[in-house]
Write a new protein. Structure first.
Length: 710
């Protein structure tokens, strides 16, 4: 049996919660692909399982049987997950190189050594204050350089780690919540654990992220942990690790946690909509922004006498340019406030610096002492403009590093006047200056920008599980609100809010999938309207306008015109002031060939609202159907002159003219209709309503001749 097929069957047994079947399939795999250590561990599991089964078959009662069975299932999962890890490393040249490199060195990877290194760094940084000024900078540079190398290796070690024991998870939890470990190190390691967990579910790592989110006093650390456990939460192994749901349910008893999860889900939707947002910025905002700002800079820096004279004679030109610039900036700022990642496209072009060769540098929080940017920081340390930009928290860490590296290259090429302006911090200060936001939502947003850039731009991203990959699912791996492990929890009451966001961002399938998970006690009027379940909606409110309309349209679309008429009449009676409600009644009557009844309200509406094209349109068609062709033609001629002309007007007028014997003009209108539709319409069997035409004297031969003429 092929390796992937054997492991697939192990996986299926684990998902089903069948320990005996999972053990048997693992034995089949190891028979084809022997591995001594795994085989020995599996033999121990088999022995314990057989002993439990034998006792059960003898009729023995064991109150701990369910717990023991679950533990056996989890032991098989760990063996399976580690085998999958082995194959993943072999299939991923990049990950395999990281795995091999960090484990072939002489470094001590014990938890004690790791903790001593991280806590020792914090102590050494504090001791720098005691060093003389002439030695402090040199020692600081060496200290940060050595520590960065250590942390980069630790990041790679944790990213490529196998399944953790509960003990390892507990000790790392303590480190990542300890005030004696630097926050930058804690945030970086949480990112590494998240990437590892996304590749293969690991209960110890998942539990760590939940506990760090629960316990940490550092908001940036908490928010990274929150993003990590929500992106890695999974329905796949609920049978193996019911603890996952228990942890989540416990967290969601807090209204604050529910609110943070809701905000996070909305932020992830904005991340996934980045392509559309960037297209809007590039096509609609940036051209105008760049054009006007470049002209104003040119005027400020090296304006000629002629240009200054033009400014005096025509000051309105400069004012208009400023207004356009301010409008573009306001639009971009409004988009950013709403949650749009306005900087992704621009900064995506400058992620090719050697700085980004190390995977950890994509996700490390920004700190000015980072050894890989020291040369650039040395050139920009006196640039007040840079200080102002960073003080606004406008950029995520990844973009801040890119900005510093780009400034290093660009600075020397700028005109002297521009350099002086930047040093004074004058350029665009008003536009860039924002109120510093230290909220949890903002911290989370910056990290999401970092991780989104990583999964979109990192050269080896294809070798990692990518939650932002949407080729087969609108939400990729980001739609955690729809997971079963969250169903029935306190988050249910917030699902409607997410559905609105999904519909707003044109993600209908994701919205529908989430709707289907809403529990019965949270199904309100809006839910039934979204689900097109108008019967339940009308039970809640028998005269609800949208429910009546939806029910009528539903029946109309099914061709059940008489039943639809009943609902449209109720709608018109309940809301007589709405013209459209009366039109629905008339349209139904036309479909039922009750033309005289339809025309009575249509004539009245046309008299009261002679400029209402919707009324005119229905009236003309009713007259055409009844044979009042001249009257209908007069109305269609008026509609042809409208700016808001509809495609169906062309076709319906064509019918009217055809019945009048004006075949040539009818053909022209049908041809225009086809051109509007792009046209394969004439090849459709139902292009013409054949039965309708035959009832009015148009033969099959004439219909075929018209199709041929088109």
């Amino acid at each position: 049996m092929a390796t992937n097929e054997s492991l697939k069957q192990v996986d299926e047994a684990l998902q089903a919660g069948n320990a005996g079947m999972a053990i048997r399939q693992m034995e089949n795999y190891l028979a084809a692909w022997p591995e001594q250590q795994t085989a020995e561990k599996l033999a121990e599991v088999r022995e314990d399982y057989d002993r439990m089964v034998a006792y059960w078959q003898q009729g023995g009662e064991d109150p701990q049987r369910a717990a023991l069975y679950l533990r056996l299932l989890q032991r098989v999962y760990v063996l399976y997950a580690n085998v999958m890890h082995y194959h993943r490393m072999k299939a991923s040249p990049y990950q395999n190189s990281l795995y091999t490199r960090v484990r072939q060195g002489q470094r001590d990877w014990s938890l004690t050594a790791i903790r001593q290194e991280m806590e020792g760094f914090v102590s050494n940084v504090a001791m720098l204050q005691l060093e003389p000024d002439n030695k402090r900078a040199t020692k600081s540079e060496a200290l940060y350089k050595d520590h960065q190398q250590q942390m980069n290796q630790l990041f790679e070690y944790m990213l490529t780690s196998r399944q953790w024991s509960d003990s390892v998870g507990s000790q790392f939890t303590e480190m990542l919540t300890s005030p004696t470990v630097d926050t930058v190190d804690q945030q970086l390691l949480i990112a590494a654990i998240t990437l590892s967990l996304l590749n293969q579910f690991d209960m110890a790592k998942f539990r760590l992220l939940v506990e760090v989110y629960r316990q940490s006093q550092d908001e940036a650390v908490r928010q990274r942990a929150l993003v990590g456990w929500t992106l890695s939460a999974s329905d796949t192994y609920q049978q193996v690790y019911p603890e996952q749901r228990e942890l989540i349910t416990s967290l969601l008893q807090s209204d604050e946690v529910c609110q943070e999860l809701t905000e996070l889900q909305i932020q992830l939707i904005y991340c996934l909509n980045e392509v559309n947002d960037s297209r809007t910025i590039q096509k609609e905002i940036m051209p105008d922004l760049l054009k006007n700002s470049s002209k104003m800079m040119a005027q400020d820096i090296e304006a000629t006498e002629e240009e200054r004279l033009e400014e005096v004679l025509h000051p309105e030109v400069s004012e208009e340019r400023m207004e356009h610039l301010e409008a573009s900036m306001r639009r971009m700022q409004d988009m950013q406030k709403e949650g749009v990642d306005v900087f992704f496209h621009g900064f995506s072009q400058i992620k090719r610096y050697p700085f980004f060769y190390d995977i950890s540098n994509w996700l490390v929080p920004f700190f000015a002492q980072h050894p890989d940017i020291q040369q650039a920081m040395g050139k920009t340390e006196n640039i007040h403009f840079l200080d102002k930009v960073f003080a606004t928290n406008a950029f995520c860490s990844s973009d801040k590093y890119s900005f510093v590296l780009a400034m290093q290259e660009v600075l020397g090429r700028l005109p002297k006047q521009v350099q002086e302006m930047l040093q004074r911090g004058e350029y665009s200060a008003e536009e860039l200056q924002q109120t510093v936001d230290q909220s949890a939502a903002y911290e989370r947003r910056l990290y999401l920008m970092d991780i989104y850039r990583f999964f979109r731009l990192f050269p080896h991203r294809a070798e990692l599980y990518n939650p932002f990959e949407t080729t087969t699912d609108e939400m990729g791996g980001c739609g955690f609100f729809a997971l079963n492990v969250l169903s029935g929890t306190s988050i249910e009451k917030n699902k409607a809010q997410i559905v609105r966001q999904l519909k707003k961002h044109k993600m209908p399938y994701a919205a529908q999938r989430l709707l289907e998970t809403i529990s019965e006690d949270c199904r309100d009027m809006q839910y039934y309207l979204w689900m097109h379940d108008y019967d339940h909606a009308l039970e809640l409110n028998p005269i609800h306008e949208r429910a009546l309309l939806g029910k009528g349209r539903q029946l109309y679309d099914e061709g059940r015109y008489e039943e639809a008429l009943t609902w449209f009449e109720q709608l018109s009676t309940a809301y007589p002031e709405k013209t459209n409600n009366q039109l629905y009644v008339a349209i139904c009557l036309v479909q039922m060939e009750r033309y005289e009844e339809a025309l009575k309200p249509l004539y009245r509406l046309n008299y009261e609202q002679p400029d209402n094209d919707a009324v005119s349109r229905v009236l003309a068609w009713a007259q055409t159907c009844q044979g009042k062709l001249e009257q209908a033609a007069n109305i269609y001629e008026q509609l042809m002159g409208r700016e808001q002309q509809q495609d169906d007007d062309l076709k319906n007028y064509g019918y009217c003219l055809w019945l009048q014997g004006q075949v040539g003009r009818a053909r022209e209108l049908f041809h225009q209709y086809c051109q509007r539709r792009g046209q394969s319409a004439i090849y459709q069997s139902d292009f013409f309503d054949v039965d309708w035409l035959k009832k009015r004297g148009i033969s099959t031969v004439e219909i075929n001749m018209m199709l041929s003429a088109l």
